[in-house]
Ligand binder design. Structure first.
Ligand code: ADP
Length: 220
């Protein structure tokens, strides 16, 4: 099998969010063009990214000169400067870039970005705040909620689940949850199987409806 062609991504705004995102993309084998209006920021990322350029991305000519219209994927990681975020996103949409991700700092900002053509809007601070709220009040070690009220949690195995093979534990019928993976202290995660016997201290990854996985994680 031939290796897949690396994805090419343009990341606009190399602040905390955009900078981390761009570096992570490079670490995963993508080719990244990073653009920021501050020369010092661009300088900082020059060695890490495939290309890094200083430009005001509200300037259509500057974007064209950098070849931005040829990209299939773009991330607008400008947050605080609302006007720059909106104008940049609108230009990318006018170019017809098929996958535009945009960072918003508020729900209203996010709605506008969606209206003017962003295909995916992320609200990192809101989303992280919501996620951490679930961790602060519950016994969960980690938590991710998908749409339609479906979630996965990482939690210490409750006593009810200990000592019985998962296939016989009736966790699905009693609690509405499915154990997806299991980690014994000092070992890596492995898939959970019907004959897996949970031991005290095991860490579980559990999937199910949000309220059901939360209730399950609160069992002791
Ligand atoms: P974070 O909270 O992730 O650091 P910021 O909104 O503070 O996000 O930073 C976004 C980045 O976007 C900054 O580095 C800023 O220089 C850059 N930026 C802002 N406006 C423009 C623009 N018009 N063109 C290019 N880059 C911009």
């Amino acid at each position: 099998r031939t290796a897949p062609r690396p994805a090419r991504v343009v990341v606009i705004g190399l602040g905390r969010f955009g900078g981390s995102l761009a570096q992570e993309l490079v670490a995963h084998g993508s080719q990244v063009l990073g653009i920021d209006s501050r020369p010092a920021i661009v300088q900082r990322y020059a060695d890490d990214l495939t290309h890094a350029a200083v430009a005001d991305t509200t300037d259509e000519t500057a974007l064209r000169q950098l070849g931005v219209p040829d990209f299939q994927r773009a991330v607008v990681a400008i947050g605080t400067d609302l006007e720059a975020s909106i104008l940049t996103t609108a230009l990318l949409a006018d170019f017809g870039i098929p996958n535009i991700w945009a960072k918003a700092t508020s729900r209203q900002h996010g709605r506008i970005l969606g209206r003017i053509g962003a295909h995916h809007v992320v609200l990192p601070e809101h989303d992280m705040g919501e996620r951490v709220a679930h961790l602060v009040t519950g016994r969960m070690l980690d938590y991710i909620e998908f749409e339609d009220d479906y979630a996965m949690v990482k939690t210490v195995a409750p006593a009810q689940a200990v000592g019985v093979p998962l296939g016989q534990s009736r966790l699905r019928s009693l609690h509405g949850v499915t154990v997806v993976a299991i980690k014994r202290p000092g070992h890596d995660f492995t898939y959970a199987a019907a004959d897996t016997v949970v031991q005290e201290g095991d860490i579980l990854i559990v999937a199910g409806r949000t309220n059901q996985v939360e209730l399950f994680a609160d069992l002791t």
